[in-house]
Write a protein that binds this ligand. Structure first.
Ligand SMILES: [Zn+2]
Ligand SMILES: [Zn+2]
Length: 349
């Protein structure tokens, strides 16, 4: 099969590799759309050492069609259109975290017989676990389904910090992860969702999604949030920037007394926590990494059901599309969102 091989940094080459065959409990999915994730960009920018043992295949946000089923698979058929919870999100099944539905916290996450496994969305085919593959209703498009992994992170944030109709939410950062979380919170019944953005095209997207959009380059974001909430702050802050941490302390300042700050953004360096901002007001901090089950239901399935019910608008977020041969250009667009005006870039192998 044709696949993009990641040699480290921006060195991505499309080559031919053996097509995998599904073993027991596995299916082979023909990839029809695969999103470029912020986490893929860490490797692209050279923030991650090259994988030992040569180039690797990547791509964990994908949807496509089942083309082969392995032995013991009874739930899926060849020809079915499917959304895919990425393959690395399988735990050992027996540790306390796996048993209680938090398999994303398993120490052996993504390991099969001692080997790390993962999806290969930036290739013609991806081997997947049947238990993680969800048939799509006819009216859900493959392209929309390809970014369900992103919406699932928003569902997990909601799981960690739920809202009621009396609660206001700030989403700090308007990349794909921030905007998808904003959509999930809005549809979960938050009274208002304020999106803090720093680029014209993401501000426009936030407005199109019905959010209260604030341009942080034109005001003090903490003051703006206080103004919008009568000086109270918001019950939930979703911090979706991370990086070097310029948004870390402002996020704490925006939280109301008793509020929660959910950290989805990945930080590249340690942050100093000013306890005075949170102690007396009992503001709680919730790191949010990936997703798993919520009351036994896959958070991926919750996102899929929201999409199928017409509650989410991925077409506002999917701004760029490239073929597998053009994947280098796709990564360049995703890497330089200030110039490309990209929000979510999708590869169509
Ligand atoms: Zn991702
Ligand atoms: Zn486990």
């Amino acid at each position: 099969m044709k696949a993009a091989l990641f040699y480290g940094g921006a060195d991505i080459r499309v080559e031919t590799v053996p097509t995998p065959e599904p073993g027991p409990g596995e299916v082979l999915v023909r990839v029809l759309a695969a999103g470029i994730c912020g986490s893929d960009l860490h490797g692209y920018r050279g923030n991650r050492p090259p994988t030992p043992g040569g180039p690797r295949l990547n791509g964990h946000e994908l949807a496509g069609e089942v083309v082969a089923v392995g032995p013991e698979v009874t739930t899926l058929k060849v020809g079915q259109r499917v959304g895919v919870e990425p393959r690395h999100l399988i735990g050992c099944g027996v540790c306390r975290f796996c048993r209680r539905g938090d398999y994303h916290l398993c120490a052996y996450l993504g390991q099969r017989n001692g080997k790390q496994v993962h999806s290969t969305g930036f290739a013609e085919y991806s081997l997947e676990d049947a238990a993680k593959v969800f048939p799509l209703p006819d009216h859900v498009s493959i392209e929309d389904a390809s970014i369900l992994d992103v919406y699932s992170c928003g569902v997990h944030a909601l799981h960690l910090a739920p809202v009621t109709p009396m609660d206001s939410v700030v989403v700090y950062g308007a990349g794909a992860i921030g905007l998808t979380a904003a959509e999930v919170y809005a549809k979960a019944g938050a009274r208002q969702v304020i999106v803090l953005a720093n680029r014209p095209h993401t501000l426009a997207a936030a407005e199109k999604l019905g959010m209260t959009a604030i341009d942080v380059t034109a005001c003090d974001p903490v003051e703006a949030v206080q103004d919008l909430t009568g000086g109270q702050g918001v019950e939930v802050v979703v911090e979706a920037v991370g990086g070097r941490g310029a948004t870390f302390e402002p996020a704490l300042q925006m939280a109301a007394t008793g509020g929660k700050v959910v950290f989805i953004g990945m930080y590249s360096q340690p942050q100093a926590l000013n306890m005075r901002l949170i102690h007396r007001r009992e503001v709680s901090l919730h790191p949010c990494w990936s997703y798993a089950l919520w009351n036994g239901v896959p958070e991926f399935k919750i996102a899929l059901d929201m999409l199928a019910d017409g509650l989410l608008q991925p077409q506002v977020l999917i701004t760029h599309r490239f073929s597998l041969d053009e994947i280098g250009a796709g990564f360049a667009a995703a890497d330089d969102k200030g110039n490309s005006n990209a929000i979510k870039v999708v590869i169509n192998p």
